[in-house]
Unconditional design. Sequence first.
Length: 159
Amino acid sequence: MAHVFSSAAELLAAAGTDLGTTDWLEITQERVNRFADATGDHQWIHVDPERAKDGPFGGCIAHGYLTLSLANYFLPRLIHIDNMQMGVNVGSDRVRFPAAVKVGARIRGRGEILKVEALGDAVQSTVRVSIEIEGSDRPGCVIDTISRYTFHSTAPAVS
């Protein structure tokens, strides 16, 4: 269940918070194929199970950028901002792909709030999302996401 923050003050006090983990999500060949169609990346290590079984990973693997994009799936399952007027993705720092995610693997998001700062009427947070692979010591992706939020005027003011 997502950690809920209802005001700028609550979020500002949350630096260092361990957000825990999400539920597992299985990476299916269908998801990989749909991502390949969306991006035009049909490299055999992603979409050709017959050829990939003799390749370096012993089967098809998810695109690194598919794994990265799932941070956006996991993030709202880790952190929820109540009383938000608007939230935007500002960008990311440090993206790494320590391990390949094989088709059929289960992954989940693990979150930690690294940094929170007031920027005028907004609050900006940096949340590290590690996309863990079930049974692996290394994650499939680690990304430091940066989000900016403004709150409805009924929320306590940013100090």
